[in-house]
Design a protein around this ligand. Structure first.
Ligand code: C5P
Length: 421
């Protein structure tokens, strides 16, 4: 067994489709990871992908011929036989062009014809420029595919091949692997749980055009919501303003201020079995928001009276019946002692501490390095992980808390308000 491998894909057959993005070279690393996990991988490339990486590279590493041409493969009918052979079809990178073809049911090359014949789990790992990802056509196509049950991963943010910085980088190998595992072996260990999760920043008005807020992106809270949903939980996500897409199947309650977040969480608290407070709630708000825009006078800028916002978690902790309470401690120093202090002060079962100044951690980042502390004093250090993977680890730890699993039966039914996504 290769070092570090847990052979989770032993005996599983995967079609790895590679389409023509510069990120095609990263599919080589993904292929190696899938093989290390024990998978039998058959690679299919689009004509454009072969301009970026030679098929021979994939052929040598996968120890299988690489198919590229619908017509060259006509004898074996690969567009029919490969998806029948596979346990999962993974397209990484998936270009805007391929995503559009799948959404529309076009089949003018081997990969898209194969996708049209796929009935096993289909996972797309997109990579493209940020402007393309945000284009209404691409947005509509990925949403249509998600509605049909296709897993379309979110690209990562960061430097793009164009030189711009944006959302469009191929998701990390480990995120793709975890999505494959999720589809092949759906863990429904959170079935019966009702997760109430808060995410994102709050905005506290100074006047009608200005507000106080913070750098929270909401990524950690959304990842937790999605992970719990995929593991069978019912999920209500109360979120401050973010640029994120709400994952499917989640009861979404948008809020803006700390007060609105407090109201929404209080309204859903009795329904929940687990509360994860991942939001970065503003600690202070202007004591008196002006009803008209403040003029650009020196006095107005020199002084702003602030008052503390309610500590939502502390308040809910006093009202708890049987809920498991999880908080976050985003710190810039002495993470562990501060996390322990908050755990006790807020009456929590678990706290997730992280140093927001550490490389690759904190607000806006796609990764995070966290330390988990439970009320029995147990400490779990988790190395630098993509937030989606970290979310699963946090749920794993919550599941093992003595208070957690047995509580699901006690809580009440959800309130009717809110949008269903
Ligand atoms: O005390 P501090 O704000 O550092 O604690 C962080 C934890 O408390 C987070 O889980 C955060 O969501 C929650 N919190 C809250 N209400 C506030 C401030 C923070 O529930 N007003």
């Amino acid at each position: 067994m290769a070092p570090g491998s847990t052979q989770t894909l032993l005996g599983r057959k995967i079609v790895l489709g590679v389409s023509g993005s510069i990120a095609a070279y990263k599919a080589v690393g993904l292929l190696r990871l899938l093989m290390r996990e024990g998978a039998d991988v058959s690679v299919v490339m689009t004509e454009a992908a072969t301009r970026f990486v030679g098929p021979l590279t994939f052929e040598v590493l996968s120890r299988r011929p690489v198919a590229t041409d619908l017509f060259a493969a006509r004898q074996e009918m690969l567009h029919l036989t490969l998806p029948e052979w596979a346990d999962a079809v993974v397209i990484a990178p998936a270009t805007a062009n391929q995503i559009a073809k799948y959404a529309l049911g076009l089949a003018d090359d081997l990969l898209s014809a194969l996708v049209l014949n796929t009935s096993c789990p289909l996972i797309l790992a997109p990579a493209m420029d940020g402007n393309m990802w945000d284009h209404p056509a691409v947005t509509a196509h990925r949403e249509a595919l998600r509605q049909r049950g296709v897993t379309v991963l979110e690209p990562e943010e960061g430097p793009l091949a164009s030189g711009r910085v944006g959302k469009g980088r191929l998701p990390d190998d480990t995120v793709i692997l975890s999505a494959i595992e999720q589809r092949l072996f759906p863990r429904l260990d959170w079935r019966g749980q009702r997760l109430l999760v808060s995410a994102g920043p709050t905005q506290e008005a100074i006047d009608p055009v200005r507000f106080i807020s913070n750098r929270s992106s909401g990524k950690m809270g959304y990842a937790l919501a999605q992970a719990a949903r995929e593991r069978g939980a019912e999920v209500t996500l109360v979120s401050g303003p973010t640029a994120l897409t709400v994952p499917p199947g989640i009861h979404y309650v948008p809020v803006c201020t700390a007060e609105e977040m407090d109201k929404a969480l209080t309204a859903h608290f009795a329904w929940s079995t687990v509360l994860i407070m991942a939001a970065a709630v503003a600690d202070f708000r202007p004591a008196q928001a002006s009803s008209t825009k403040l003029k650009k006078r020196k006095e107005a800028l020199n002084k702003l009276d602030l008052e503390p916002t309610p500590d939502i978690l502390e308040r809910l902790s006093l009202r708890r019946t049987s809920q498991t309470l999880v908080g976050f401690a985003a710190e810039t120093e002495a993470v562990l002692p501060q996390a322990k202090d908050k755990l006790v002060r807020k009456g929590l079962d678990l706290i997730v501490g992280n140093n927001v100044l550490a490389e690759g951690s904190g607000f806006g980042s796609d990764t995070n390095e966290a330390v988990l502390v439970d009320r029995e004093g147990g400490v779990t250090e988790l190395g630098l992980l993509p937030k989606r993977v970290l979310a699963d680890r946090i749920l794993d730890v919550i599941s093992t808390l003595p208070c957690a699993i047995k509580r699901s039966a006690a809580a009440k039914k959800p309130p009717a308000a809110g949008n269903k996504n």
